[in-house]
Design a protein around this ligand. Structure first.
Ligand code: LCS
Length: 388
């Protein structure tokens, strides 16, 4: 089926027992065993069934299989947050003494996990600019167990050529994990290009309404099983209700993403022409350095935009403090337009030098374009820019 159909029907069917079309929320911690031997068989893995929601739960499993369908993956595992999903992937693949190679432009929370937490576990992380494949190849050594990229990247919208990374990893057998949060499978399906693992913050476009935190990883069955065995002991499981809200959000993913894309394109074109704007970062603009790659590997350019205002940080602050319709808040992928300053907010774990190396200038402002009328978002930005 086409993805517009899969977001509605993929992995789902009316409830076996009642016919309920909307899936039940199995809001339970535990599941009763028929008898002591049944419980023992479930624990031993000799029989399939539910034991305890941290281990597995029907509502959460349904979400995992739905996202696997959308990403053309064999299986999926849902976690309490996007960051928990990233951590679960890392500890499932990489041990003390081994290495992760990561692009240098990634969500700030992932960056501080890599920079501050993983080294304490004996895992070395080498940051490169993965849009330059020579840098990737130079960083991969015999101890490297994962290449991690985001494309489009948070917050600069840098585009990385997934096919080139796949090709480069083919010779050394290092798995490629793509954080597909900004694109969603509606716009980009890295596994179809050859990536091994895809990870998402489901908090964003999957939920779509800014009311939950969740994460998911998808990949082949063996990897997801291996990850599940570790993840259940780490314990960062999502609540069944949050999983259900993501299931509900996914039903409208296709129509929402279409609107996010057309709105963002209009806002980006408005900003590009504005005399108070120095530069605009949106892969849908021909001037974006990753535009041609994005056209090849994406179906649309997404709802995220970055821009530098002439006058740097103070001017950017003035815009953020002056918006009325847009909300000054982190997160993204909501129905509401959200504006923030990565350097002092989402990416404040980067040092000033690291921000510059990743192309995040002091005045860089990020907007997650929502589902309001594009002209109302533009009018709001226009009145805010007039305050400078
Ligand atoms: N990956 C990407 C690309 C993200 O943007 C985020 C969160 C995560 C992973 C982590 O997901 P979480 O644990 O929050 O579900 N990004 C955020 C942002 O840009 N603003 O606030 C959160």
């Amino acid at each position: 089926m086409r993805i517009e159909t899969d977001v509605v029907h993929g992995g789902q069917h009316p409830d076996m027992h009642t016919g309920a079309l909307s899936p039940p929320i199995y809001q339970t911690s535990t599941f009763a065993f028929r008898d002591a031997d049944h419980g023992a068989r479930l624990f031993k893995g000799d029989e399939e069934g539910y034991i305890y929601t941290r281990i597995s739960n029907p509502t959460i499993d349904l979400l995992a299989s739905k996202i696997a369908v959308l990403e053309s993956a064999e299986a999926g595992l849902v976690s309490a947050s996007g960051l928990a999903a990233v951590f679960n992937i890392i500890v499932s693949l990489v041990k003390s003494g081994e290495r992760v190679v990561s692009d240098d432009t990634i969500y700030g929370g992932t960056y501080t996990l890599f920079k501050n937490v993983l080294p304490g576990l004996g895992i070395e992380v080498v940051f490169v600019d993965a849009s330059d494949i020579d840098q990737v190849n130079a960083a991969i050594d015999g101890r490297t167990k994962l290449l991690f990229i985001e494309t489009p990247a948070n917050p600069t919208l840098k585009i990385i050529d997934i096919a080139r990374c796949v090709e480069a990893m083919r010779s050394n057998g290092v798995p490629l994990c793509v954080d597909n949060t900004f694109a969603t499978p509606y716009l980009q399906r890295p596994i179809e290009i050859g990536a091994d693992i895809v990870v998402h913050s489901a908090t964003k476009y999957f939920g779509g309404h800014g009311d939950i935190i969740g994460g998911v990883a998808v990949g082949n069955k063996d990897f997801i099983k291996k990850m599940w065995k570790i993840a259940k002991d780490i314990g960062a499981s999502i609540s069944p209700f949050n999983a259900w809200l993501i299931l509900r959000g996914l039903k409208t993913l296709a129509v929402r993403m279409d609107r996010h894309c057309t709105n963002a394109q209009k806002v980006a074109e408005f900003l590009v022409d504005h005399d108070k704007i120095e530069s605009v970062y949106y892969p849908g603009l021909k001037s974006h350095p990753g535009h041609d790659i994005a056209r090849r590997q994406m179906r649309g350019f997404g709802g995220m935009i970055g821009f530098d205002v002439k006058g740097g940080k103070e001017a950017g602050k003035m815009v953020m403090n002056s918006v009325k319709l847009c909300t000054l808040a982190v997160s993204l992928g909501d129905v509401d337009t959200l504006i923030e300053h990565p350097g002092s907010m989402t990416h404040s774990g980067y040092t000033d030098d690291e921000l510059m190396e990743s192309g995040i200038k002091p005045g860089f402002v990020r907007i997650s374009i929502g589902l309001e009328h594009a002209d109302d978002i533009i009018d709001d930005l226009e009145q805010a820019l007039k305050k400078i």
